[in-house]
Design a protein around this ligand. Structure first.
Ligand code: ZN
Ligand code: ZN
Ligand code: ZN
Length: 375
């Protein structure tokens, strides 16, 4: 059975339209002949299509010269056509017994330079490389990274709405934290609240109590909360395609020895790092501000990770706020500022806000008080 080709003339997706245009001019600049992108954030960015990651190939082929085809299995055709694809995207569906790689290769020239999706499964890439043996391969992020880092006002607004939604979840966390309840119980209720406050998906829920808080990526466990516990709650979801991510700290009853001082030092470091964010400064200089503040307060060795990560369609993306990243921050970049202090066997503390670089500084997209919340 021959592949069915449908040229779509439906509702325009203006964001993706302009994203595709910007990608084409970046491809020109970088000498990339086409992007070959599978399900994931780059595909959503370029086309608006939220594809399922399947064992069958789904692949956007966006050529620098403008021809743009989305290859989908027959059974995904209806979903693809129902999504708000830019009208330049031709949908090509293939039957179960057809060889999709042959169809893809028809659209490309062996010997080209192709930007393949950073997260395209190896099985798909190996098939493509067989068909296009003389071609050169780079990652699609070579092209999309700089585009996706500079958020449009609409994208910043989506992140602002996601930030407000996760803030509303944090406001309800104190009522869930009671001695005797386990982290896992609290975590399930927090996940429900993340959805109830408007997210379409829960991305992660960290409820790390007492000594568990000293492990930055502890999720939830069977530990029951006890009096005097410090609890790190780091939560995030996806709202209208964009991610939220916010950490606050809660204390059940009287704080443990040293907690109040450590929290005050961390709060000062987080505020200083937020204040350091603005156009023209480097990512690593923001990291250094948080790091020096904690070092001067005596906690330097207990801050064991970078200060932040970019956020957008993905919960972790460029730019990374880390030593060694001399990227210059620009308006529209969005990332977390989340220094932490982790005292082994005692407690952990992390304060995390998402910020957006503005023309003259930054805007916090989480606007909760940073103080530890007594419960
Ligand atoms: Zn993390
Ligand atoms: Zn984060
Ligand atoms: Zn987080």
């Amino acid at each position: 059975m021959a592949a069915i080709r449908v040229t779509r003339l439906a509702a325009m997706n203006t964001h993706a339209d302009s994203a595709l245009q910007r990608a084409r001019s970046a491809m020109d600049d970088l000498g990339v002949d086409a992007l070959l992108v599978g399900p994931g954030a780059d595909l959503r960015y370029l086309t608006g299509y939220r594809a399922l990651a399947l064992e069958r190939l789904t692949l956007l082929v966006a050529r620098a010269d403008g021809a743009t085809s989305l290859f989908v299995p027959e059974l995904e055709r209806a979903r693809a056509l129902a999504s708000p694809l830019p009208d330049v995207v031709e949908v090509v569906s293939f039957a179960e017994t057809e060889d999709p790689y042959a169809l893809v290769a028809e659209r490309l020239d062996d010997g080209g330079r192709y930007g393949v999706g950073d997260r395209l499964w190896a099985t798909f890439l190996l098939h493509l490389q067989q068909r296009l043996a003389k071609s050169e391969w780079v990652t699609s992020s070579t092209v999309t990274r700089h585009l996706r880092m500079s958020k449009s006002p609409e994208e910043v607004d989506a992140l602002r709405r996601a930030g407000q939604a996760i803030d509303r979840v944090h406001e309800q966390v104190p009522s869930l934290l009671r001695p005797g309840r386990t982290e896992a119980q609290v975590g399930r209720e927090v996940a429900d609240l993340i959805l109830a406050e408007g997210h379409e998906a829960v991305n992660f829920v960290i409820v790390a109590s007492g000594p568990n808080g000293a492990s930055p990526h502890h999720e939830t466990g069977e530990r029951a909360l006890v009096h005097s516990d410090a609890v790190v709650v780091d939560i995030g979801g996806t709202l209208d395609g964009y991610c939220s991510d916010c950490t606050r700290n809660y204390v059940i009853g009287a704080a443990a020895d040293g907690y109040t001082e450590a929290h005050a030092a961390l709060e000062a470091a987080q505020i200083a790092a937020c204040n350091a964010v603005g156009p023209g400064v480097t990512a690593e200089s923001v990291d250094a501000v948080a790091r020096l503040a904690l070092r001067d307060a005596g906690y330097g060795e207990f801050f064991v990770h970078r200060t932040g990560h970019g956020i957008g369609l993905e919960e972790h993306e460029d730019p990374y706020i880390v030593e060694g990243n001399d990227l210059i921050l620009r308006p529209g970049m969005t990332f977390s500022i989340e220094p932490g202090v982790y005292l082994p066997d005692r407690f952990g503390i992390r304060i995390e806000d998402i910020v957006a670089v503005t023309e003259d500084g930054c805007e916090r997209l989480n606007t909760l008080s940073r103080a530890a919340v007594p419960v």
